[in-house]
Design a protein around this ligand. Structure first.
Ligand SMILES: Cc1cc2nc3c(=O)[nH]c(=O)nc-3n(C[C@H](O)[C@H](O)[C@H](O)COP(=O)(O)OP(=O)(O)OC[C@H]3O[C@@H](n4cnc5c(N)ncnc54)[C@H](O)[C@@H]3O)c2cc1C
Length: 528
């Protein structure tokens, strides 16, 4: 890893660059790699001590965990754009392991529903749980595909230069925004069966909003993404950075960690470089931010530009996504012994009402957990035993509002006090109980556990409100024209999940969009 990035604390930044990229998440490095393939030298500046944003992994007590990659769809299918993009920017080095079927298992109380790979297989499986709902299930899957197809126009508009977008943008957006209703509205148009609706929306945790609040555009994108199954990165999520970074470096680019940008430098209305926290300035003809729309517009833009862009007004129609906690678990036994399998679990209360459960929980932390997601990363990775033989890891995630943690926000990491630790411990125990309910044989076997909170996300990933997925995927979000690569400030561009959608796929695609905008070429044409 060391040779694939340098620490700004230890090494100087030298030379000139065609572009500066703020942030080394999937969006930042994908943008950098697409530009590198066009012969551009980019400088990636990452504030964390590890590169990769949510694709990075962390190690503790002889274990290793991912922080933001549990499964990715479509990358195993050669004709998909996701597969082609990864292939293009990694020279075919990024490898994926299929999870098989079921890749997701839902539990509503003790009722179990399997999400299996393959459109026909998926339909048949769901129909087997809901006899009499065959027509609704067929229509639902058709609608998922039709909505996804239409979204191409929506994203096509993000690729256009401003002047063409001014002429045809509204037309393209209108076509792409068909289906921009809430997920619940759309599903209630297909069936009155509340249980079926709850099962079909059981993956809502993948985009953070329950059915009455999320846009069906996001729901359709997610369902289509996993319809043919899911994969896990061979060698763990860090492989994403490790296979993309060489493309940037081979073109003369650099990635610096411990390199926090304080401000974007603007002169005569144009972005000209960045100011670092240590006061040093670096210049380039193009500046690209992968730091998220809030951080970029609220904290990195100078006051003058904030006023000109009326950022406060822009923010009226978007909101930060909810926070999350993740319990990272280590067991001193091998995958082979424990046989936990590759499927992710989604565990819900038995009332089949995601919106009510979220509302109850937000108002009362002691209410039943609205969703518990359990992932078994070490079982999914065929390379795991080469690195951590005899060990097993588990990750358990649930949503958790930032507001609950705000009172501790000014305290230092690892030193937030006894009351914070007690709050965390209570949650950790509840998550462990959810695990033991499904795997009683694990009780007494946990060797290590550690809970991250929205304050960890704020601290390590610089999301001010500990957002799990950047901005929320509401219907309003998809109507916002400013969420695109080009900004009104000349030579300043955005990339990352906020301009497309959350997910490795969304952030990767943002890289293609932003690099296309910067280079003035439609880089989709480069994909074979
Ligand atoms: C718990 C969790 C689970 C997830 N699971 C999945 C999954 O299974 N499958 C999937 O497809 N997606 C998943 N996601 C979503 C996915 O990881 C993200 O949508 C995606 O990685 C975001 O990439 P990005 O480049 O937009 O942002 P990020 O990865 O957040 O990168 C932004 C980078 O900018 C840096 N930065 C911020 N401010 C500055 C500054 N001032 N100076 C320098 N650097 C700065 C940050 O440190 C960060 O590294 C998950 C996310 C989370 C949180």
């Amino acid at each position: 890893m060391a040779s694939l990035s340098k620490s700004y604390k230890q090494q100087k930044i030298e030379g000139t660059f065609d572009a500066i990229i703020i942030g080394s998440g999937m969006g930042g490095i994908a943008t950098g790699a697409f530009l590198a393939k066009e012969g551009k030298k980019v400088l990636v500046l990452e504030r964390h001590y590890t590169p990769g944003g949510f694709t990075h992994v962390f190690k503790r007590n002889k274990y290793e965990w991912d922080v933001g990659v549990h499964y990715v769809g479509d990358v195993h299918r050669e004709h998909t754009e996701l597969h082609k993009m990864f292939n293009y920017i990694t020279g075919g080095k990024m490898k994926w392991e299929e999870m098989g079927s079921p890749y997701d298992v839902m539990y509503f109380g003790d009722d179990r529903y399997d999400f299996v790979a393959g459109t026909e297989e998926f339909k048949a499986k769901i129909k087997s749980y809901f006899p009499g709902e065959e027509k609704a299930i067929d229509e639902y899957v058709e609608l998922i595909y039709a909505t996804q197809k239409n979204q191409r126009w929506f994203f096509a508009e993000k690729l256009l230069p401003n002047w063409i977008s001014a002429l045809f943008g509204n037309l393209l957006r209108k076509s792409g925004l068909k289906g921009n209703k809430t997920t619940l509205e759309v599903l209630e148009g297909l069936t009155k069966n509340k249980k079926l609706i709850a099962v079909l929306t059981g993956q809502y945790g993948d985009y953070g909003l329950p059915p009455a609040q999320s846009s069906f555009l996001m729901h359709a994108a997610l369902i289509k993404h996993y319809m043919k199954g899911a994969c896990y990165p061979v060698g763990g999520a860090q492989q994403i950075y490790e296979t993309v970074a060489p493309t940037i470096l081979n073109a003369g680019g650099e990635v610096f960690t411990n390199a926090e940008v304080k401000e974007i430098l603007i002169k005569n209305g144009k972005a000209i470089g960045v100011k670092m926290y240590d006061g040093k300035d670096f210049f380039a003809p193009v500046v690209i931010s992968d730091a998220g729309i809030y951080t970029t517009y609220k904290h990195l833009l100078p006051e003058q530009q904030k006023k000109e862009l009326q950022t406060e007004k822009l923010f009226e129609n978007i909101q930060p996504s909810v926070g999350h906690v993740c319990l990272y678990i280590g067991i001193n036994e091998s995958n082979e012994t424990l046989k936990l399998g590759k499927s992710n679990y989604w565990i819900f209360p038995d009332n089949y009402d995601h919106d009510k459960n979220i509302a109850d929980y937000v108002n009362n932390p002691d209410a039943e957990l609205p969703v518990v997601y359990i992932s078994f990363p070490s079982s999914k990775d065929p390379d795991w035993d080469n690195r951590y033989a005899g060990k097993t890891t588990i990750e358990i995630v649930t949503l958790s509002p930032y507001a609950w943690y705000e009172k501790w926000k000014d305290k230092r990491w690892m030193k937030r006090g006894e009351d914070y630790n007690a709050f965390k411990e209570k949650l950790a125990q509840r998550l462990l109980e959810a695990l033991y309910k499904r795997h009683p044989e694990l009780r007494g076997k946990i060797d290590y556990y550690e809970l991250s909170t929205p304050l960890s996300t704020a601290h390590f990933a610089n999301y001010e409100y500990g957002e799990i997925y950047g901005i929320d995927h509401t219907t309003k979000r998809f109507e916002q024209k400013f969420l695109k690569a080009r900004t009104p400030v000349k030579n300043l561009y955005l990339t990352g999940q906020d301009i497309v959608s959350c997910g490795i796929g969304g952030a990767l695609f943002s890289g293609l969009i932003t690099a296309s905008a910067v280079s003035g070429k439609n880089l989709l044409n480069r994909l074979k």
